[in-house]
Write a new protein. Structure first.
Length: 117
């Protein structure tokens, strides 16, 4: 059963695969299959043997906004510098772990995890 809007807004900043599955109304097996195939519609971060998913992009994908917050999404043409000095531009695609990722998603993920400048 899918999560309600209130349940989704109450999620912590990062969640695990079973919570993503419940939010997307699919099985956990399907979430792991989508990870393997690179088709999961939200970003994912591997931490050791665990997968963590930032909640903000999941909510955005589902079209759910918390009217009381200001997530400050990346604007077109915005850029950031990574800790290693690489410049990421929001409108450009990048290869990340074998997948094509939009720069705006990388910038949003960096904001969620407090990385970059």
């Amino acid at each position: 059963m899918a999560m309600t809007r209130e349940e989704l807004l109450a999620l912590p900043a990062t969640i695990k695969a079973p919570q993503v599955a419940k939010a997307l109304d699919v099985s956990t097996v399907t979430v792991y299959k989508m990870i393997r195939e690179g088709t999961l519609p939200v970003p994912m971060h591997r931490m050791g043997q665990n997968f963590k998913f930032p909640t903000a992009p999941l909510l955005e994908y589902l079209g759910i906004r918390d009217e009381g917050s200001d997530p400050t999404p990346p604007v077109q043409g915005e850029s950031m510098r990574t800790p290693k000095g690489k410049v990421i531009v929001s409108t450009k695609n990048y290869r990340y772990k074998g997948r094509s990722v939009l720069g705006a998603d990388l910038i949003a993920g960096a904001r969620i995890f407090g990385v970059g400048a």
